[in-house]
Design a protein around this ligand. Structure first.
Ligand code: PEP
Ligand code: MG
Length: 734
């Protein structure tokens, strides 16, 4: 291949050499074109006129079979195979036996290498291995040639290079542009062939031993980089690492003359390519594990350790299939700008952590790993779920403008960060932030918020391997209270169940998780778990004020039972000679219409209320909060919902119970102004929204707008949202 001839000449040389050494009548190379078809580019044995003439669709013929499965096809009676596609121009009819192997690059099939024989012949395992090795070298040659701009490969699609727009689900807002960094990067082998086979075998053996002991010790400690996977999954992973057939294939490849790296790299390509075809989720997980082991082994052979995340990816967009909780935390100080995942889960650790870090995140982006490479430019629009790979300059300039505007806005928010949220006519609005992990509590000072209006305690449970102990919970709450340093913190008790399932939970899947055994219902039915949390809260708040609120309260009785359990824990502190909290405020979230219409029964028993608009909105309209098709169908700013909120707020005032709003909608500046006009004076929101809401509050003049607002609310206007946008001078909602 290194000879100085033209590429076509060299390919012709290769096919004739392979045909000879295989004692095959035909050897051909097909390469993928930009449109996805496969073109015959070189052949020994088929008619020469067919070269650059015969093209097959990616699902056509036996070539298509190799492409679809991304693995070798060894067929004894090709003409009678149901997938055989006869092309007269090739003169292919007399050939009975067929062996085709994929030419793989970046986990994609970029070509197919075949040998054929007139006589019926069974190609043995060694033939298959040898042809795969040749295909691997071909992949390198073709890639190098095409990257150096070879004319002959002008149409060949070796690496993805066209701009692509992908749409996923927006899981964390924000906008970012930058170079892609693929998680779990692949180390390319420095050398293909073994100079000294026994020495290579020894290197492979050492690396395999290191890998196995690394995996074993990870098993013992259950720590990162695989933290977040359950013990069962780790066990399967460990079995794979010790699987003799995986290792056996690597040794075979080395004894056939490959370097240890090349042997592992070949296995990795196969696993990756099969992964992209596999539909079954169990199989996908196992192939993912195997690919992960291949990568770690390659790193060990290259003299690196088995860990994954690097630390310096300043300005990069991290693209991954999925991430465990520890993985993203490992990247925490790496300067990432955004995150894109193939994983669809809306409640995965990565989502929770990305939100806490304020990183835009788009999830459920199918097959992104197959079309992007480290270094490609990308734009991530976390607001809409769009991801642009290798964008055209026009698009880059549109997004650059949007980014510049955002940067300018952020500077404006920073300038008012330490000013109070007071309206033009002097009404003070308390702005609080929502939090749930140590990393977002750390943002309290920088956020400009007056405290934490919703502390989602279940996050600690969701990101840990095992149930946090009493001590771990107490230490965590203590840390939160220390950071808040006297500013209010409303601890919301465990909101688990439904779709927020604990790791290793044996809880059965429910038909309607949002309406099932979740939240306070679940906590009341698991008194041991619940009591432990309440005790941890009381102990952490010793000598300080404690505010606790219960989620998804549906009946007054549920609230009373939960409150009694909390009071028992305060009593427990006293009886055990511990310092008790100086004060205990007990509140409830209004998230169900039933409780919204009955909380006044608790007058005198409840200290505060907070409306969780995320859930209240979904139960009010019977519209799933995570269903994209429902997202704009039933606006928050609609007469029935706003009337409902107003009624709740007025009845809370009648009972003398302070009330706040803590759903995501409080973080929308337009909605926040409306909530203030409805009479709310306390709002809690995602940290990133505090700046824009503060600005909106400081621009609002309640007395000036109130009358027009009330009039608009009186009318049965079909365009209330539009009228209110006009009144409050906001651009249309997207
Ligand atoms: C809500 O439902 O509005 C809320 C704040 O709770 P969560 O989003 O955690 O369900
Ligand atoms: Mg809720």
């Amino acid at each position: 291949m290194a000879e100085g001839r033209s590429l076509d000449g060299r390919l012709a040389g290769v096919v004739s050499l392979v045909a000879r050494s295989f004692v095959a009548d035909v050897c051909s190379i097909y390469l993928r074109l930009e449109n996805g078809d496969f073109e015959l580019v070189a052949t020994e044995g088929l008619k020469h006129e067919a070269i650059k003439n015969t093209r097959l669709a990616p699902n056509e013929g036996l070539i298509g079979l190799v492409v679809e499965g991304a693995r070798p096809q060894n067929i004894q009676d090709a003409p009678h195979h149901p997938r055989f596609s006869y092309r007269p121009e090739t003169g292919e009819d007399p050939f009975t036996s067929f062996l085709g192997v994929p030419i793989l690059r970046f986990g994609r099939v970029i070509g197919v290498l075949t040998v054929q024989n007139v006589a019926s012949r069974v190609y043995d395992d060694e033939d298959v291995e040898t042809l795969q090795t040749i295909a691997m070298v071909m992949a390198e040659v073709v890639t190098t040639e095409s990257q150096s701009g070879s004319e002959e490969l002008a149409d060949v699609a070796v690496r993805p290079n066209r701009p692509i727009e992908l749409i996923g689900q927006s899981l964390s807002d924000g906008l970012a542009m930058g170079p892609v960094h693929l998680h779990d990067p692949v180390v390319a082998p420095a050398q293909f062939f073994a100079r000294d086979i026994p020495a290579e075998e020894k290197r492979l053996k050492t690396a395999l031993e290191q890998l196995r002991s690394f995996v074993d010790s990870m098993m013992m400690q259950q720590v990162s980089p695989l933290a977040g996977e359950s013990r069962d999954i780790l066990e399967t992973y460990r079995l794979l690492a010790h699987d003799p057939s995986w290792a056996g294939r690597l040794y075979d490849a080395v004894s056939s003359g490959l370097s240890a790296e090349a042997a592992v790299d070949r296995a990795r390509r196969e696993h990756r390519a099969r992964l992209q075809q596999a539909k079954d989720s169990y199989l996908r997980d196992r192939l993912h594990d195997l690919e992960d082991l291949d990568n770690r082994l390659l790193r060990l052979l290259a003299g690196k350790n088995g860990a994954i995340a690097g630390t310096d990816h300043d300005g990069a967009i991290l693209v991954a299939r999925r991430l465990g909780p520890a993985d993203l935390l490992e990247y925490r100080n790496a300067g990432l700008r955004a995150l894109v995942l193939e994983d669809k889960s809306t409640t995965s650790h990565a989502v929770i952590v990305a939100r806490a870090l304020g990183l835009p995140l788009v999830g459920g982006v199918d097959r992104i790993m197959a079309v992007v490479e480290t270094g490609d430019q990308a734009i991530v629009d976390g607001d809409t779920g769009h991801v642009h790979i290798r964008p055209e300059p026009d698009l880059v300039s549109v997004y650059s403008d949007r980014l510049a505007l955002r940067t300018q806005r952020l500077a404006e928010f920073a300038a008012i960060r330490d000013l109070p949220a007071v309206t033009q006519d002097g009404v003070k609005i308390e702005l609080l932030m929502n939090a749930g992990l140590g990393i977002d509590v750390d943002n309290l000072d920088a956020s400009g918020a007056d405290g934490i209006g919703l502390f989602r305690t279940e996050f600690q449970f969701l990101v840990s391997e095992t149930l946090p102990t009493l001590k771990e919970q107490e230490e965590f709450y203590d840390r939160v209270l220390n950071t808040a340093a006297g500013r209010p913190v409303l601890f919301r008790t465990l909101d688990l169940g439904g779709d927020k399932l604990l790791r290793n939970s044996r809880q059965a899947r429910e038909e309607n998780p949002a309406m099932g055994w979740r939240s306070l219902r679940f906590a009341l039915d698991r008194p041991g778990l619940f009591r432990r949390q309440l005790r941890a809260l009381c102990r952490a708040a010793a000598g300080r004020a404690l505010s606790v609120m219960f989620p998804l309260v549906t009946t007054s009785d549920e609230f009373r039972r939960a409150r009694e359990m909390l009071e028992n824990e305060v009593e427990w502190c006293v009886q055990h000679g511990r310092e008790r909290p100086t004060s205990v405020e007990v509140g409830a979230m209004i998230e169900t219409p039933a409780f919204a219409l009955s909380f006044h029964e608790l007058k005198g028993e409840i200290n505060f209320l907070s409306i969780g608009t995320n859930d209240l909105h979904q139960y009010f309209f019977a519209a799933d909060r995570d269903n994209r098709a429902m997202a704009r169908r039933y606006p928050v700013v609609s007469k029935p919902f706003l009337e409902f909120l107003k009624d709740i707020r007025n009845r809370a005032a009648d009972c003398d119970v302070p009330i706040s709003i803590c759903g995501e909608s409080a973080g929308n500046p337009f909605f926040a102004q409306i909530f203030v006009l409805l009479g709310f004076r306390r709002l809690s929101m995602p940290t990133s929204a505090v700046g824009s809401v503060k600005q909106a509050i400081r621009m609002l003049n309640i007395s000036e707008k109130k009358q027009s607002f009330d009039e608009l609310m009186q009318q049965n206007s079909a365009q209330l949202e539009k009228d209110l946008l006009n009144l409050l001078q906001h651009d249309a909602q997207v």
